[in-house]
Design a binder for this molecule. Structure first.
Ligand SMILES: [Zn+2]
Length: 56
């Protein structure tokens, strides 16, 4: 898990960003074990919250 700045953490595997360090860690743990995305986790990413606004 990479820290981008004070409020942004990135899963180093799927490259999604999270505001919450623990969410980024959960995502990275899941990605490294399952080689796929967990919607429950990725829906909390910054990308998911942005796309909800863009495409709604
Ligand atoms: Zn991930």
């Amino acid at each position: 898990m990479a820290k981008m700045d004070e409020n942004t953490y990135q899963c180093e595997i799927c490259k999604l960003h999270y505001k919450d360090e623990s969410d980024a860690k959960k995502c990275q743990d899941w990605c490294s074990q399952h080689n796929s995305c967990n919607l429950e986790i990725t829906s909390r990413s910054l990308e998911a919250s942005k796309s909800r606004h863009t495409f709604s």
